[in-house]
Design a protein around this ligand. Structure first.
Ligand code: DI6
Ligand code: FE
Length: 419
C-alpha cells in the first residue's frame, strides 16, 4: 500500500469497501473495516482502518458507521436530454401496435424529434433537469448523454449544449455522444445515404470542432441505418479523432457488433439479437457489451441477450438505463441493477460491476474511475446497507447517505450521518 502522511482533504473512516477492483482478490473487491483518504479530488490511500497512518491530518473526517462505500455509479447509456411525452405510444403498444410499426408511421423517435426541435435551449434544460437529478440522487457521478432527437445540425447542437450546460450546473460528469444517425428524418425520406452524407460532412465536423461530444453512436437496425451507412459514420468519426459506440442487435441481428469491434468501439449496446459471431468478435476486442434491461422490459421483448455466452467468454458487461421517452422512460440505475439480475440473470456483483468498473470502460474512463483504487478519481457513494448485494436485491428507496464527487462531499441525508 502507498505510504501517506500529513495533510489531506478528506478521511472516510469506519466503512466497508466494495472496491470493485479486480486486483483486490475478494467478492466485490471488498475490504472490511476500512478507510479511504482523499486529497485534491483523488483517492490517495485505502486500506484497513487499523493501518491508517497516525499522523494524518484530514481537513474533514466522516465516520461511515459501518456502511458500504462503492465507486460512484456510472450510467453509460442515456438519451436524457429530450422534450415531450410518449405515453400514448405506450398505450398503442399495449393495443398491439409494435415499436417498429409506430416508428414506420412517423411516431417513435420522430415524435420526440418534433418536440425537441420546437423547444428552446432553456426549455430543454428545464425538461431534462428532473431526470438528471433522479440519477444523481442515486449515487450516480458520471452520466453519458446522447444527442439524436434533433436530426438537424441546429437541434443536435442544442441537445449537446444542453448536456454541457447541465454538467456545469450539477455535481456530475457528463460524457457527450453525438447520435445524429439515430433515425431518418422525414426531410430525407427515401434518401438515407444523403442524410448520412449530411451527418458526416455537415454535422460531425462542427460537433468535433466545438468539442461538443467525445464519441459518436449510430442506430444500426433495419428501421434505422444499415452496416454500410454505419461504417461511413464510424470512418468520419475516426478521422476526426472521436471514439465510436453502437446501438446494435436490438431488434434483429444486423451484425453491427462485428463492424463496431473493427472500429475499436467503446461499447455495443442492447444485444438481444447478438449471435455467436458477434460474441466471438467481442471476445477478441476491447469493446464492452452494454445491457439495457429497461428497454427490454418496456418493449416486452422476449429474446434475451446471450448472457451465458458473454459471461463464459469473459466479455465485460455494463448495465445502463437507456433513459429515453419511448423505450426506457426510467431514471433509475438501481432499478437497472435489479432488472439485470431478475430479467437477465446477472449476479448482484456483476450488476454492480456493470454500473461501475465496466460502465467506466464503456465511456473510455476506466483508467480514472469505476473502481476504488489509489490514484483514481474520488467519486464514491456510501450506502446504508448490510451487504453490497442489497444494491441489486432491494428497491426499498435506499439512497446513498453520502456521495463524493471529485473529492467533494455532496449530500449527507440520513439522520444518523448528520448527528
Ligand atoms: N434504441 C433505443 O432503445 C432508443 N434509441 C435507440 O436507438 C429509443 C429511442 C426512442 O424510441 O425514442
Ligand atoms: Fe439507446
Amino acid at each position: 500500500m502507498t505510504k501517506i502522511t500529513g495533510n489531506c482533504d478528506l478521511l472516510i473512516n469506519n466503512v466497508h469497501l466494495a472496491t470493485m477492483d479486480p486486483d483486490v482478490d475478494s467478492h466485490y473487491g471488498e475490504i472490511l473495516n476500512a478507510a479511504v483518504v482523499i486529497h485534491e479530488g483523488i483517492i490517495q490511500w485505502l486500506g484497513s482502518s487499523d493501518q491508517l497512518p497516525d499522523n494524518l491530518q484530514p481537513e474533514k473526517t466522516i465516520n461511515g458507521q459501518g456502511q458500504w462505500l462503492t465507486p460512484g455509479l456510472i450510467d453509460c447509456h442515456t438519451h436524457l436530454v429530450y422534450a415531450g411525452d410518449r405515453s400514448r405510444e405506450f398505450e398503442q403498444r399495449l393495443e398491439g401496435v409494435s415499436y417498429s410499426e409506430i416508428a414506420r408511421q412517423g411516431g417513435g423517435i420522430m415524435s420526440t424529434v418534433n418536440a425537441t426541435r420546437q423547444c428552446s435551449l432553456d426549455q430543454l434544460i428545464e425538461q431534462s433537469r428532473p431526470r438528471l437529478e433522479a440519477l444523481i440522487s442515486e449515487g450516480v457521478t458520471t452520466v453519458e448523454i446522447k444527442s439524436g432527437y434533433g436530426l438537424n445540425l441546429e437541434t443536435e447542437l442544442k441537445i449537446l449544449k444542453a448536456a454541457r450546460e447541465l454538467e456545469q450546473q450539477y455535481p456530475v460528469r457528463i460524457e457527450k455522444t453525438f447520435l445524429g444517425a439515430h433515425t431518418l428524418p422525414p426531410e430525407y425520406s427515401g434518401k438515407a445515404d444523403e442524410y448520412i452524407q449530411t451527418v458526416c460532412e455537415e454535422m460531425l465536423p462542427v460537433v468535433a470542432e466545438e468539442k461538443l461530444a467525445s464519441s459518436v453512436d449510430v442506430f444500426c437496425e433495419n428501421i434505422a441505418f444499415n452496416l454500410q451507412q454505419t461504417e461511413q459514420v464510424f470512418q468520419k468519426a475516426k478521422n476526426l479523432g472521436l471514439r465510436v459506440k453502437l446501438h446494435a442487435e436490438q431488434l434483429s441481428d444486423s451484425q453491427g457488433t462485428q463492424l463496431a469491434t473493427r472500429y475499436k468501439a467503446l461499447s455495443v449496446d442492447h444485444l438481444e439479437y447478438l449471435g455467436d459471431e458477434g460474441v466471438n468478435a467481442l471476445e477478441n476486442s476491447t469493446t464492452v457489451a452494454t445491457l439495457l434491461p429497461g428497454a427490454f422490459y418496456f418493449l416486452r421483448e422476449t429474446r434475451l441477450p446471450p448472457i451465458d455466452k458473454l459471461r463464459a467468454s469473459g466479455i465485460p458487461m455494463a448495465l445502463a438505463t437507456d433513459l429515453n421517452p419511448g423505450t426506457s422512460p426510467l431514471a433509475s440505475l438501481r432499478l437497472m441493477m435489479n432488472m439485470g439480475c431478475t430479467l437477465f440473470g446477472l449476479t448482484p456483483s456483476e450488476a454492480l460491476a456493470g454500473v461501475t468498473r465496466n460502465a467506466a470502460r464503456a465511456v473510455g474512463l476506466q483508467d480514472k474511475m469505476g473502481i476504488i483504487r489509489a490514484g483514481y478519481q474520488a467519486d464514491l457513494a456510501l450506502w446504508p446497507v448490510q451487504n453490497p448485494a442489497s444494491l441489486a436485491a432491494t428497491l426499498n428507496g435506499e439512497k446513498p447517505s453520502l456521495t463524493v464527487f471529485e473529492g467533494r462531499v455532496l449530500q449527507s441525508m440520513t439522520r444518523s450521518m448528520n448527528r
